[in-house]
Design a protein around this ligand. Structure first.
Ligand code: URC
Length: 280
């Protein structure tokens, strides 16, 4: 027997920070996950913990570093990842994932929970740093402009072809940066590109829409090397109203929550640098 790949860390540290330095408070609401890897054979094989930085300490570092301010989530994740690699002798790789939950200002110091999340995953090692940014739970829907036909059929296929359906999804998108950039501006541009492409694409498949969305993200930010998209197909089925003597010209739908198609893919800029640890 031998020990295989391993890693450990503190999952889902909930951090809320209030910046009180301006006339209006600013609110930052994060879920932070730290993951460390390196020479951790001793603890696995003998229970010798001399090289193990406790996950409890990792959680404390998140809160202590937040005392100095958070700023852009990518910068906060970089600070944390560098700290773990630079100060823990056994650790040669660190990954910090952050989901930022959005809040909309509804008053001077009042907020309402917003929709969707911004995210980052930063990896650091002695060989470099890799920054991935993203958005999650961005729910989009087109009431028309979506078709699905001409697909492969076999003896189990019952799906009807359609030239007009609802297309709905909850976008998870992650993109890796080839170089540092203004993370906030880049995220805003990428989000707008995703929404714009979804709305503007007359879709013959969600796969086609995925590619169009990825293309627009790459066009929007020159520092982005690759974007990975995960698109659940939130099916909306036309309800059969014939038993009630009614027609249904694309007006009454059943919104199913499961099962759902899950369409995933990457769009890369030709000649982009190697991903390194970006997707670790
Ligand atoms: O856009 C779609 N892509 C598929 O691969 C698929 N499969 C399916 O049943 N419906 C759809 N829609």
């Amino acid at each position: 027997m031998e020990l295989g790949d391993n890693q450990y860390g503190k999952a889902e540290v909930r951090l809320v920070r209030v910046d009180r330095d301006g006339p209006q408070h600013r609110l930052t609401d994060l879920t932070v996950t730290t993951t460390l890897a390196g020479d951790l054979a001793a603890t696995h094989l003998t229970g010798d913990n001399a090289g193990v930085l406790p996950t409890d300490t990792q959680k404390n570092v998140v809160y202590a570093f937040a005392r100095d301010g958070v700023g852009q989530i990518e910068d906060f994740a970089l600070r944390l990842a560098r700290h773990f690699v630079d100060t823990t002798p056994t650790i040669d790789r660190a990954r910090v994932h952050i989901d930022e939950h959005s809040w909309d200002r509804v008053g001077g110091h009042s907020f309402a929970k917003g929709a969707g999340t911004r995210s980052t995953t930063v990896s650091a090692s002695a060989d470099g740093e890799w920054v991935v940014s993203g958005v999650g739970d961005l729910v989009l829907l087109n009431t028309t402009g979506s078709e699905f036909h001409g697909f492969h059929r076999d003896e189990y296929t019952t799906l009807q072809e359609t030239s007009d359906r609802i297309l709905a999804t909850a976008v998870s998108a992650r993109w890796r940066h080839a170089e540092p950039t203004d993370w906030g501006t880049s995220a805003t541009a990428a989000r707008a590109a995703l929404i714009g492409a979804f709305a503007a694409t007359h879709s013959l498949s969600l796969q086609q829409t995925l590619y169009a969305m990825g293309q627009k993200v790459l066009e929007a930010s020159s520092s982005i090397a690759e974007v990975r998209l995960s698109l659940p197909n939130r099916h909306h089925f036309l309800v059969d109203l014939q038993p009630f003597g009614l027609d249904n010209p694309g007006e009454v739908f059943f919104a199913a929550d499961r099962p759902y198609g899950l369409i995933e893919g990457a769009v890369r800029r030709p000649g982009a640098p190697e991903p390194g640890l970006a997707w670790w």
